[in-house]
Design a protein around this ligand. Sequence first.
Ligand code: SF4
Ligand code: SF4
Length: 205
Amino acid sequence: MVNPLNPTGRKKDTEEEKLPRFECTMCGACCRDEFLLVTVTGSDIVRIAAVLGLSPNEMLKALDFYVVSDGELIPVGLERFPSIATEGGLSFISLKKMENSECVFLKDHLCMIHPVRPVVCRSFPFIFDESDGQRTWGLSAKKEICPGLGTGPQTSEIELKNLADTILPDIQVYREFAKEWNDNQISPSALNLLKTIISDKRFYS
Ligand code: SF4
Ligand code: SF4
């Protein structure tokens, strides 16, 4: 998840900066925050569609496409995810937010897709990057949004490594897919994009 308006996703060197204390309070605030985009990878889309038995058309209705206009700065954090060509322009794909800002999969304060929730949900409030060859981590929210920050035990290096090992390969495969897709599309559509993602074996590993 990335907060495009008030990000704190500054990269940090785990050897130089103290690891924060964090314990999820299960408050669900990250599922309801207006400004937290729940970005998804191709693997996330495949897992969610498979578990819920959603067709590409149905999956499309569960997604938002966040378009960054020419000249507009990419919100901090989103640059870790590739933008991908659709009829609306280059888009960052995220889970749909309802009118009350709740994630489309939040029902009665519970995540309806918890076992297959997107990688950004599994790692929140931590974010990871290794696009410049060096693995780095940061936070995508402050304590004002995530009350679990500053509570519980100090996060360990091994916990961060395990999270990064889960998330970064997903993002890398999606980045490779997005480059191919963007290079080959003359008139892209979001529906064809989802059909292609759901039929791409790379997202099933
Ligand atoms: S906002 Fe933080 S404490 Fe609350 S559910 Fe999300 S991760 Fe857990
Ligand atoms: S997918 Fe689940 S955990 Fe992630 S924001 Fe939606 S309801 Fe919350």
